[in-house]
Design a protein. Structure first.
Length: 294
């Protein structure tokens, strides 16, 4: 994924219409610090605030992914679905583009059980075992598989809770944000002028109704994911090298001897200081029960 320069990033954001907010009659007063002005009863978002939030979000995502955690993207509105499926899927992260199921994060164990059920249904169909069922049961199993796949396809490889959640439109994805906050998972949100920036740990003010603006934001965040993965690989290689080879200037540790070899009679014994026994001490030494005279 090619790096974007700050100048080209601002140009892409403006061309995508990221600065066009909602009608002034439909705004949230808490978004006042992020609004540049108003034209034709439409609020104009300050592009500087958008870039500031986006760069902060990219830095945080790269650090999170580099530490070994994953990111989950949430956007169930029509304009965001195809973008998330393509962009996030390419960087092997997790996404939710259909309905947010209650408990996706707070009841993650149940979600994992449903994913195991999906794997079981896929195994039944791929092995041809499904033909052994009645027509009615076969139809029910196929319908169940399709439903689970539609709702959980994007998180089927999410084996643990994510390190961050990216949300498109805070008003629509309020349940996802509340679950993330309950678990202490940081949230990064694309927020329009009718949203509440206090719901996001890292707000990115911008138009959340335009497919082009959503695409630019998700593209940049996915680039941060790739950067974090590269840092993760480099750190892992450095860790493997430090464990496998001794540090420069230090001698390699001697090979360990087995416990049995330490007590073998043929094992050479290191010479110690020569000790001469005193004849008077030997004569006065008591005779043990097994030391009788011959």
């Amino acid at each position: 994924m090619a790096q974007t320069t700050p100048k080209s990033l601002v140009s892409d954001l403006i061309e995508a219409g990221i600065h066009f907010g909602q009608r002034s009659s439909n705004w949230n007063p808490r978004m006042q610090p992020y609004i540049y002005g108003k034209r034709n009863n439409i609020h104009i978002i300050d592009i500087k605030e958008t870039v500031k939030g986006l760069l902060l979000a990219k830095k945080f995502i790269a650090k999170t992914v580099a530490s070994g955690k994953d990111v989950c993207f949430v956007g169930t509105k029509r304009q965001a679905r195809d973008v998330l499926r393509e962009r996030v899927g390419d960087v092997k992260m997790h996404w939710v583009i259909e309905r947010w199921l209650g408990g996706t994060l707070t009841n993650f164990r149940t979600i994992r059980s449903r994913l195991k059920r999906l794997e079981e249904l896929e195994r039944i169909e791929e092995s041809g075992e499904i033909v052994n069922y009645s027509k009615k049961m076969e139809s029910q199993l196929r319908r169940e598989r399709k439903k689970i796949l539609r709702n959980l396809e994007g998180i089927r490889n999410m084996a643990k809770l994510p390190g961050a959640v990216v949300v498109i439109d805070v008003k629509r994805e309020l349940n996802a944000i509340m679950e993330a906050k309950k678990l202490g998972i940081p949230t990064i949100c694309l927020i329009d002028t009718d949203g509440d920036p206090d719901l996001a740990d890292i707000p990115i003010p911008g138009n959340d109704d335009s497919m082009r603006s959503i695409d630019v934001i998700v593209r940049e965040l996915c680039a941060a994911v790739v950067e974090g993965k590269n840092q993760r690989v480099v750190a892992q290689q450095a860790d493997d090298e430090s464990r496998g080879a001794p540090a420069e200037g230090t001698a390699a540790p001697p090979p360990r001897r087995s416990r049995r070899a330490m007590f073998t009679k043929d094992e050479p014994v290191a010479a110690g200081p020569e000790v001469h026994a005193d004849p008077a001490v030997e004569a006065a030494a008591p005779v043990g029960p097994n030391q009788g005279s011959n």
